[in-house]
Write a protein that binds this ligand. Structure first.
Ligand code: ADP
Ligand code: MG
Length: 212
């Protein structure tokens, strides 16, 4: 299979040159399969192992449709742990360098609520967080997800294994029905099937087997 360059995608020139400066010259297999679907704004279930470049796949999709001049939460990424949320936020900030002043906020458990509420009052374009803490902010009324256009469930199988199904369900209900939902998972057990039936609309499924 030939793996294409990012320039075959209809991305902004500034984003393409930023990818180049990050050393991302060719798409990884999961990026090549998922990005056309993501850029068409379809819902997606993507199955691929760790280290295959899933963050940039959804990150590029988020940035492609983000409006930097609209200072509201346009994308929400749920991750199973604080460490993963921090990694995703770091990658999103690197990808967003070319897009102007994009605010990426992480909201995870284990940090005090007060400063997080203050940050939310200041606003953000993208929120990355763990389900329990995002659910807490919804309960307190400190987060407004009514402007979310892209919802990403990253490492969905791990989130479900950790018992986050109900929290995810509550978070999904707080997002607009008209949104794009992208679900990434290393495995595809029954409860991920259930989650995708419940949270995604007519999703395209892509799967990348272990490579080379
Ligand atoms: P996953 O979420 O699938 O486990 P990551 O998104 O964390 O994988 O990506 C793994 C590594 O690959 C990261 O270090 C990232 O910077 C790098 N990477 C992602 N896409 C590309 C690409 N197209 N070319 C080169 N490196 C990439
Ligand atoms: Mg990942």
């Amino acid at each position: 299979m030939t793996i294409s360059s990012f320039s075959t995608l209809p991305l902004a020139p500034a984003l393409l040159s930023n990818l180049d400066s990050l050393g991302y010259h060719k798409m990884t297999a999961i990026q090549e399969q998922s990005l056309p679907v993501i850029l068409e704004r379809r819902d997606l279930i993507a199955q691929a192992k760790t280290g295959s470049g899933k963050t940039a796949a959804f990150g590029i999709g988020i940035l492609h449709k983000l409006n930097p001049t609209y200072f509201a939460i346009q994308a929400l990424v749920l991750c199973p742990t604080r460490e993963l949320a921090d990694q995703v936020a770091k990658e999103l900030r690197r990808l967003a360098r070319s897009a102007g002043n994009i605010k990426v906020l992480t909201l995870c458990g284990g940090s005090p609520m007060g400063p997080q509420i203050g940050s939310l009052e200041h606003g953000a374009h993208i929120v990355v967080g763990t389900p329990g803490r995002i659910r807490d902010h919804i309960g307190r009324g400190s987060i407004n997800l009514g402007t979310v256009q892209t919802l990403v469930l990253d490492e969905a199988d791990r989130m479900v294994d950790m018992g986050f199904y109900e929290e995810i369900s509550g978070i999904v209900s707080a997002c607009p029905a008209r949104r794009q939902t992208l679900l990434f998972s290393a495995t595809y057990p029954d409860d991920i099937r259930k989650a995708s039936a419940e949270f995604l609309r007519d999703p395209v499924e892509v799967k990348v087997e272990a490579q080379h």
